[in-house]
Design a protein around this ligand. Structure first.
Ligand code: MRU
Length: 349
């Protein structure tokens, strides 16, 4: 399977990211509950991929409903939507996709369950196609900022696996590489779940991008030695003022980048910008099970009985971000203005 998620004759197939790169396992989801479970357990992950998976989850909810009665079917869909929304609270693409799907359900005149499934499936497919186009545009807009020979530090996984295809922050890196800019990438491992070491390292090897894996705590020292020219990361939710939620550890990298006068770029589709959140304090931060910290790949690395905190994301304040690259262009400070302008440009297209 080439993509993180594929709709295949009535089921959603996911490349199980919880076991990559050492196992290639495809899980098939036939119900919305199975999709919700796959999102919760991070078999599918990354903000845009979660949104797309949830969209298909609602197709499955309509497809498996035990009723053909429109009001009951609608209630069933709303229940499934709530369940999907409850899986991971930080990535706003989940809410964006679910709201898009529910809007379709409310808009189309469906006389049977079959009509509804068809309309929902068409919308889920539009979300996926749009995501790929969006990522290509982010890649092109971001690559224009990269100078030949740059050494770029990236964090977590923001590539094909985290999206429908191509990626956001990793999309910029891919585009710069494809343009022959002779870039080098430093991939930070990204504890606790090692999305950098397991997933980004796997992707850059496939694309032939020169890359070096580092432990998260090596970043400061590499910067100090002048080995990093730019940091490029993704986002799970960007507030209206540019404050950005991304994988825990992103904030620390932004502080380090500022201390070493290194540009810090965020890549995000406009679907990741939450204009309902005025600033980062309005973004919920997901707390995940402590076992993800006390264990690595299921093996205990800490004494039994120790308490562990596991916030999955942090907020990078907007003043530490040099620019936010979207599909509609590059937002620069003040973000309250530039993000709105880009969003208006896109809506007017
Ligand atoms: O917990 P994860 O692996 O879903 O977190 C993913 C990230 O933090 C990504 O940087 C973000 O979703 C952007 S993916 C294009």
């Amino acid at each position: 399977m080439d993509r993180a998620l594929v709709w295949d004759r009535g089921t959603l197939k996911l490349l199980d990211q919880s076991v990559l790169p050492h196992q290639t396992r495809v899980v098939a989801c036939a119900t919305a509950d199975e999709v919700a479970d796959a999102i919760r357990t991070m078999k599918v992950r990354g903000a845009p991929a979660i949104g797309a998976a949830a969209a298909y989850g609602l197709v499955l909810a309509a497809q498996t409903a035990a009723t053909a009665d429109p009001p009951m079917l609608r209630a069933h869909l709303d229940t499934a939507a709530q369940m999907l929304l409850g899986t991971r609270p930080t990535a706003v693409n989940l809410r964006w996709a679910v709201e898009r799907m529910l809007a379709v359900a409310g808009r189309v005149a469906w006389r049977s369950g079959g009509d509804l499934v068809e309309a929902l499936l068409a919308e889920a497919q539009r979300i996926c196609e749009q995501d790929v186009r969006t990522n290509r545009a982010i890649g092109a807009n971001g690559a224009a900022l990269i100078r030949p020979g740059e050494r770029i530090l990236t964090y977590c996984n923001t590539g094909s696996l985290a999206t429908v295809d191509y990626g956001t922050a990793l999309g910029i890196i891919r585009a710069a590489h494809e343009q022959g800019k002779r870039i080098q990438v430093f991939v930070s491992e990204t504890r606790p779940l090692l999305q950098g070491a397991r997933l980004t390292a796997w992707e850059v090897l496939r694309y032939g991008i020169p890359a070096t894996l580092i432990a998260d705590n090596a970043a400061a020292w590499l910067m100090r030695q002048g080995l990093i020219d730019r940091v490029v990361v993704g986002a799970d939710r960007v507030a209206a003022n540019g404050d950005t939620a991304n994988k825990i550890g992103t904030y620390g990298l932004a502080v380090l980048a500022r201390a070493h006068e290194i540009p810090f770029l965020v890549a995000a589709p406009l679907s990741t910008v939450d204009f309902r959140a005025p600033d980062g304090s309005a973004i919920p931060i997901e707390e995940r099970p402590p076992e993800e910290v006390t264990h690595v790949a299921g093996v205990p690395v800490a004494p039994e009985g120790i308490a562990a905190a596991n916030p999955a994301f942090d907020i990078t304040p907007h003043h530490l971000i040099t620019a936010i690259v979207t599909e509609a262009g590059v937002a620069t400070p003040p973000y309250t203005r530039s993000l709105l302008d880009l969003s208006a440009t896109r809506a007017g297209r």
